[in-house]
Design a protein around this ligand. Sequence first.
Ligand code: 13P
Ligand code: SF4
Length: 365
Amino acid sequence: MVAKVSVIQQKIQLNDAECDLRIRAAKKALGDRLVILGHHYQREEVFRHADISGDSLKLSQQAAQSDAEYIVFCGVHFMAEVADILSQPGQAVILPDLAAGCSLADMANLAKVERAWNELATVLDPDEQITPVTYINSAADLKAFCGSHGGIVCTSSNARKILDWSYAQREKVLFFPDEHLGRNTAFAMGIPLDEMVVWDFNQPMGGLTPAQIEAAKIILWKGFCSVHQMFQPAQIDRFLEKYPDAQVIAHPEASFEVCQKSHYVGSTSFIIKTITEAEPGSRWLVGTELNLVKRLHESCKHQDKSVHFMSPTICMCSTMFRIDPRQLLWALENLVAGKIVNRIRVPEDEAIQAKIALERMLAVS
Ligand code: 13P
Ligand code: SF4
């Protein structure tokens, strides 16, 4: 109760500059005992304090390599879980706001995936014929499911390599929870749309017939990221009518139609690299989260590049936005005082199986 009151007081009383100074002081006091990992979607006031920034793949690799005692994750819950699974004994992973989840990750859960697996078993032998692949945006128990069923984890930057690996194991893939990343990646590999089916987890047998399941090369879970569904093909058409020389780049969580109309499709790191290395004077329309697009706009304007956000309305990841500088300060000052707050701990039995699926991914990446 006392701790809660002090957080609220800090939130009301501290101005931005004071907060920034105190975060820096706490980081200095903790020195090498602390590493702050920051995802590209974090707001600028938090992002600037990250020791290492990156996409989901890079941050999971960094978490596995770090020897800091405290890993403070400025990102969302599933990322902190991955860091905990890959961390060494004696390390603690901290998520400054426990409500920083991911609405896409919440679209699949273990009960629904196990039900799907059992229903698929009425048509074929899943453990012989289907590799389960979970996007890293998923809860640890789904990674554990993949670990114990010969499956693997993927991120947006390695999805193609992971699908290649998956098809080398078994003839079909069950891909969850993001329908769009699965479809965009499989299509880019040459799998036609008529060999893809969508598993509607609210319907018996996913709403599919046995013949549809037998004919499918990939079974796509009907999940999506609400932020990336804001982007529409008409927004690209309008932009290109106005600026015919512009280039369009989108994250593969965007719809198939948006990705097909984009010149480039890739992870957050790929988007940053592509625009940063582009010709001075070039113009870009970007279909990913607003805070990243704003940062790119700022960092590229000195080269006369213009970076535009794809949606006409302000849409950003509200769960990434949960991590605010005051919350980060609260977590850090507690560490300075010797108290670990908001620790993320994956139960050991789950972590062992999830680690198998994550290590398969890291090896393939
Ligand atoms: P990246 O792995 O490309 O950073 O994407 C993470 C994410 O949550 C995108 O919405
Ligand atoms: Fe999850 Fe979408 Fe936010 Fe990424 S942008 S963390 S997928 S809700």
